[in-house]
Structure formats: C-alpha cells, structure tokens
Design a protein around this ligand. Structure first.
Ligand code: IPM
Ligand code: MN
Length: 379
C-alpha cells in the first residue's frame, strides 16, 4: 500500500490562501514522484469565518485536527478584527492545544539571495533558532486594574505585588496599572533545550547558544540558565554559551557565522527570528515549524497575512513552500523534503523567477510553477 498522510490546511487571512496554494502544488508534485499520497483536509478558520460565525477555533475542530498527520497553515490577521483576537484565538490556541513546544526556525541564506549584511554570504548565515513555544510571556496571565474595587481577585494579586514591591496601597496610591506575567517551568525549559541539543547532535553542529536576560529578569531567566547548564551536561561533546538577548541582536548582525543552534525563550525567540528573517533575505523566505515530537505539528511561514497584498498574486510563496518541506521531513519523507528545498535553491540560484520582494516581477504562482519544474527536473 502507498504511504499516505492527512494534511489539515488552514489558509487563513490576507495572502494566506494564495501562498498555501503554491505550497500544495509543490507538495503534490513531489508526493507523486516519491510515491506517497497527500489527503488535504480544508478548514475555513480565519477572519472571514470568525466574522460570519463567531468561531475562532473550537474544541470540535481541534479534536478533528488531532486526527491529521500535520497542519499546514497560511497566516492570520485582518484589519476588520481587533489585533490579538485571531492571533490568540487561532494560532496560539493551536500551539498550546497541541503542545507544540518547539518553534523551529531555520535562518539560512540561500545562494542567489541578497542579505542586507555587507560582506556576508551563504557560508556565514546558516543556523537554526529553537524557540520555546508554549511558555514565557505567551501564557496569557495578566490584567489591568483601575480605581477602586474593580475586578476583585485580580486586584488582590496586584495589590500584593504592589505592596511587596513598592510598599504602596494600590487602592489609594495607584489609579491605573497593567501587568503581564511570564511563566517558565523546569520541564518546559528542559524539553526544548534537549530538542536543541539533539538537533545539534543530529546535524553535526558543534555549539548551542542559549538566549536570555538573566541579568535583569533574574527569576525566570536565572532559572532558564540553571536548567540549560544541567541539560548541557548530557551533551559533553557540544560547546555552549550564554548570550543576553540584546547582545545577540547585535552579534547576529555583526557576526552571524558564530551561530549554529540557538535556543531561546518564547518572547525573545519571536523577536530574534524576525531579525533572522531579514538577514536571510526577508520575511518572504523564512519558514517556521511548530513541533510536538509526539503529536501533531503545524507548519507556516513566519510572516503575517500582509492584507495590503491580498489577492494580488504577487507575494513570495517560498517561506510557505519551505515550511512544506519541513512538514515532509517531520512526517518522515526526508527525501521529498530535500527535493523541495533543493528545488527552492535552484530557482533562487538561477534568479530568473522571483517576486517583487527579491527585486523581480514574477507572480506568486510563477514561483510555485518554477519550483515544481525543478522538483520534476531532478528526476
Ligand atoms: C510569530 C508571530 C506570532 C507570535 C503572533 C502572530 C502571535 O509573530 O509566529 O512569530 O508572536 O508567535
Ligand atoms: Mn513573530
């Protein structure tokens, strides 16, 4: 019997549908050549669906998605919906529900792509960011308080913090405040760190860098450091180092060649991977994989929905196609995955078919077609 995989597809908002179509096209082509089948299951979630039905993503859908081998995700975000609603209600909801605790983001400058970093080339920019994906400031604990007697229980917590920290009585001394709490757990840190070390081992990398801000956020990231030191003991052949998050932003621009595998708490990982996307040639080229090694993983470009470009057919589909290659690798189709990445590389190296962000005039679908031709041409 043929190998087969059920892939849930959430096209989402803005340019999501058009870039996902190219990804599907490429994955279909490679599946035929490599002798496996993809069964696509469409889900309508996103702004349109939310505005029409009020559903973000419900328990029923999540249970259904659980039956799939992977989720292929376009992008969400729409000017008609208040910022944060779709992001938290759909994207983060899935990351948390499926416990996709690793957000894997390769930062690799492919040949034929220009980096804004002067004097740096593909041999200098090739590392992987392993971003923790279910903890830290993303846990959604926080609140706002104003005046007297509002939101009793929350006010109790804040009152206590306020009192311990400043010796003030919030009800009489503070008029309005907001707080947001980050949480990191021992196992939450350890598991993503183990993943980073295992990845380094598997790919023959020599060093893992840990990112934090332990000089100021001493409780949370002091804890993170302690755990990193413990986990690192299990991998004596791999070198380690600590970088503060502000410092790594500087070094990634100055000396990206220092980095091989970078493991980071969620919030800092969000920030440094946008920086990473730019040094690898732009957001149009940056894929991400939300991974639960024992469960359902989700693959997406790291860019957003770019509403301005919706329906124009000009957006770069490469980040999404690359995310598709990561999907194939994760379900066990390594050869197919390598073929797709190889085809992306050939198209970029040749430089003839490229979208506006890379200085070209090609349409989204022309880039998809060119990658398909390359995938077939390797036969
Ligand atoms: C990302 C995005 C998300 C994040 C948003 C859309 C919730 O910026 O995947 O990097 O902050 O993780
Ligand atoms: Mn981000």
């Amino acid at each position: 019997m043929k190998r087969g995989y059920k892939i849930a597809v959430i096209r989402g908002d803005g340019i999501g549908p058009e870039i996902i179509s190219e990804g599907e096209k490429v994955l279909e082509a490679v599946s035929e050549l490599e002798g496996f089948e993809l069964e696509w299951r469409e889900y309508p979630h996103g702004a349109e669906h939310y505005l029409a039905t009020g559903e973000l993503i419900g328990e029923d859908t999540l249970t259904e998605l659980e039956q799939c081998d992977a989720i292929y995700f376009g992008s969400i975000g729409d000017p008609r919906v208040e910022t944060g609603v779709l992001e938290q209600g759909i994207l983060l909801a899935m990351r948390f529900y499926f416990d996709q605790y690793v957000n894997l983001r390769p930062v690799k400058l492919l040949e034929g792509v220009r980096t804004p970093l002067a004097g740096k080339g593909p041999e200098d920019i090739d590392f992987t960011v392993v971003r923790e994906n279910t903890e830290d400031f993303y846990v959604g604990i926080g609140g706002r308080a104003k005046g007297k007697g509002k939101k009793r229980e929350e006010l109790e917590i804040v009152r206590e913090l306020y009192h311990i920290k400043f010796g003030l009585d919030i009800e009489s001394d503070a008029d309005e405040l907001a707080y947001q709490i980050g949480v990191v757990t021992r196992e939450g840190c350890a598991r993503v760190m183990r993943f980073a070390f295992e990845l380094a081992r598997e790919k023959g990398k020599k060093k893992v860098t840990s990112v934090d801000k332990a000089n100021v956020l001493t409780y949370g990231y002091g804890f993170w450091r302690e755990i990193f030191t413990e986990v690192a003991r299990g991998y004596p052949e791999i070198d380690t180092e600590f970088n503060f998050v502000d410092a790594i932003c500087m070094w990634l621009v100055k000396n990206p060649e220092w980095y091989q595998v970078v493991v980071t708490p969620n919030m800092f990982g969000d920030i440094i991977t946008d920086l990473g996307a730019m040094i690898q040639g732009g957001l149009g080229l940056a894929p991400g994989a939300n991974i639960n090694p024992d469960g359902v993983s989700m693959f997406e470009p790291i860019h957003g929905s770019a509403p301005k470009y919706k329906g124009k057919g000009v957006s770069n589909p490469i980040a999404t196609v690359w995310a598709g290659a990561m999907l194939l690798e994760t379900v066990g189709e390594k050869r197919a995955s390598e073929r797709v990445l190889g085809a992306i590389e050939s198209v970029l190296r040749a430089g003839k078919v490229r979208t506006y962000d890379l200085g070209g005039t090609s349409k989204t679908s022309e880039v998809g077609d060119a990658i398909v031709r390359e995938v077939k041409g390797q036969d």
